[in-house]
Ligand binder design. Structure first.
Ligand SMILES: NC(=O)c1ccc[n+]([C@@H]2O[C@H](COP(=O)([O-])OP(=O)(O)OC[C@H]3O[C@@H](n4cnc5c(N)ncnc54)[C@H](OP(=O)(O)O)[C@@H]3O)[C@@H](O)[C@H]2O)c1
Length: 254
């Protein structure tokens, strides 16, 4: 039987999460879609049902642990086992220091970082009980440095990548696999807000295929596209003087 028969996706109403739902349903997985926008979830599930996929939806805000808990309980009620949980929920967009607000910083962490922490807390007891499971969290290649205009986003993704890495190291011996997914640019509502050129930008469907294949291949880190992965490695090593100069050069003029 296919290893990832029953899949739960947090943040599945649009963009990469929606494309991942289609990707797994196209190979016969049963899917549970969770996020805040119930109407959009209904549209996604109607489309999936047309392809004769088994799909259930539930409203869930990942910033609220009680809603995450009831989302997982809902999934346990529908499926005998949960094979794969994908934590895709995320918020982002430009935020510059001239309008910096700690509230916006907290709000970004609430979804991008605490969302992952909430899901981990609620899913781990279920995986321990069934004796196995895979959790894939979507962070970003923007987790490597403090990019200009991206303080909240880059910081929240760096914290998430580190959280997932610690979880991976510890949980391996319990037969629980943790995967970190680090995409480059993908064309979605999130990146439509960006005011700068986004090299090697991918369609969500292409990103979802890479993600599904990486999960099936058992990778612990899935990062793409390769030119941006390599560029990120170089950017990480740049001395501050050059990094700061590049950041200021790239800043859109208003
Ligand atoms: N697009 C890119 O270039 C790119 C690159 C690297 C990483 N990523 C990451 O990939 C993930 C998906 O991004 P995307 O580009 O597909 O963005 P998107 O189109 O804006 O979709 C974001 C998804 O997150 C969900 N979400 C947001 N807040 C939530 C909350 N409080 N609770 C539950 N779900 C929530 C949204 O659903 P509801 O509004 O229905 O709740 C939506 O389904 C994010 O984690 C993002 O940071 C994206």
């Amino acid at each position: 039987m296919y290893k990832f028969k029953n899949v739960v996706i947090f943040g599945a109403s649009q963009g990469i999460g929606k494309a991942i739902a289609f990707e797994f349903s196209s190979i016969g997985s049963n899917i549970i879609l969770l996020s805040r926008n119930y109407e959009q979830l209904k549209e996604v599930s109607n489309e999936l049902n047309k392809n004769s996929s088994i799909c259930f939806i539930k409203k869930c805000d990942v910033t609220l642990i009680e809603e995450v808990k009831s989302g997982i309980k809902f999934a346990c009620g529908k499926f005998e086992n949960i094979d794969l949980v994908i934590i895709n929920s995320g918020v982002g967009g430009p935020n510059w220091m001239n309008t910096f607000s700690s509230k916006q910083f907290k709000d970004t962490f609430a979804v991008n970082t605490f969302g992952i922490a909430h899901v981990l807390e609620c899913v781990l007891p279920v995986f321990r009980k069934q004796g196995y499971g895979t959790i894939a969290g979507i962070t970003s290649l923007a987790d490597i440095r403090g990019y200009g205009g991206s303080s909240s986003y880059s910081a929240s993704k760096a914290a998430s990548s580190i959280l997932l890495e610690s979880a991976r190291v510890e949980l391996k011996k319990e037969n629980i696999k943790i995967i970190t997914i680090r995409p480059g640019f993908v064309k979605t509502a999130m990146t439509d807000k960006n005011e700068f050129y986004m090299p090697f930008i991918l369609k969500p469907q292409k990103a979802a295929k890479i993600i599904r294949k990486g999960i099936e291949a058992g990778r612990s880190i899935i990062q793409f596209p390769i030119p941006i992965v390599l560029a990120s490695r170089i950017i990480k090593l740049l001395p501050n003087r050059i990094f700061d100069w590049g950041m200021n050069k790239a800043r859109p003029k208003k």
